[in-house]
Design a protein around this ligand. Structure first.
Ligand code: AP5
Length: 240
């Protein structure tokens, strides 16, 4: 199953995607991490990514779609992935649909979109307090998900850092971009009937619980649909 995690910046997409990936044994494909790797390169693509990311803008669709498609073509993605932060525009969603639909695409029509809902106030407060391990990437929050030792990762002991796009004016810009470009994409998934809204303002464990319940419900619905199709085929064969 392909699990698509969307929501405002700072809603907890990365935190939840990492937890659910560990529980379900699926690869966690984070658009922001893939683009930060491109941004770090001293190449024309790296320069382009830097310009947009440092301004809190979305990286152009053609570059982002190409990078995600390359990642989805890796063998470990063939049985499904957790997509964190992609798509973020309607054209990215359409490109993803087309990519899944290809003969060797990762999808069998079994996607689910999880929309982590959280208010502007909540997400700005969460981004302000976020610290990340520079070695293993584990995400902390100074109040809600605090490391045992201040400034040090619980998992690998490496120092924690804050992202370069965390200046308050860039955070506010990223939220505006979400409202302008990403909310129409959320509607696109809602209309396709594959979107489940999750209350992202609960604590981390309760958000994970609701996500796992939504995935179980989608799997059960897909199995029921498959059984109905099989029963219809059998009935048709019996009638002939
Ligand atoms: P990206 O890295 O994806 O940033 P984002 O979407 O803005 O999301 P964040 O990583 O800021 O937040 P999150 O929702 O993952 O929350 P987190 O789990 O960290 O993208 C960065 C940039 O890359 C974009 O601005 C854009 O330029 C570019 N980009 C990325 N994708 C793109 C695309 N598809 N197209 C074009 N450009 C793209 O949690 C936040 C904090 O809250 C943490 O401190 C965490 O510990 C804490 N927290 C998490 N959950 C909870 C909870 N339930 N309760 C309390 N605290 C919590």
């Amino acid at each position: 199953m392909n699990i698509i995690v969307v929501g405002p910046p700072g809603a907890g997409k990365g935190t939840q995607s990492a937890r659910v990936a560990r529980i379900l044994g699926l690869p966690h494909v984070a658009a922001g991490d893939l683009l930060r790797a491109v941004r770090a390169q001293d190449t024309p693509l790296g320069y382009t990514a830097r310009q947009y990311m440092d301004a809190g803008q979305l990286v152009p669709d053609d570059l982002t779609i190409r990078i995600i498609e390359q990642r989805l073509a890796q063998p470990d993605a063939k049985d499904g992935v957790i997509l964190d932060g992609f798509p973020r525009t309607v054209s990215q969603a359409r490109a993803l649909d087309a990519s899944f639909a290809r003969p060797n695409g990762a999808s069998k029509g079994d996607e689910i979109g999880l929309y982590l809902k959280a208010s502007r106030e909540v997400v700005l407060e969460r981004m302000k307090g976020r610290w990340i391990c520079q070695q293993c990437g584990r995400v902390y929050h100074i109040l809600h998900v605090a490391p045992t030792e201040a400034g040090q990762c619980d998992v690998c002991g490496a120092p924690l850092f804050q992202r370069s796009d965390e200046a308050p004016e860039i955070q506010a810009r990223r939220y505006e971009v979400y409202e302008q470009d990403t909310l129409p994409m959320v509607d696109y998934y809602r209309q396709r009937g594959i979107l489940v809204e999750i209350n992202g303002e609960q604590d981390v464990e309760n958000v994970t619980r609701d996500i796992l319940a939504a995935i179980d419900a989608r799997k059960a619905a897909l199995i029921a649909l498959e059984l109905r199709v099989m029963a219809k085929r059998l009935q048709t064969a019996a009638d002939q």
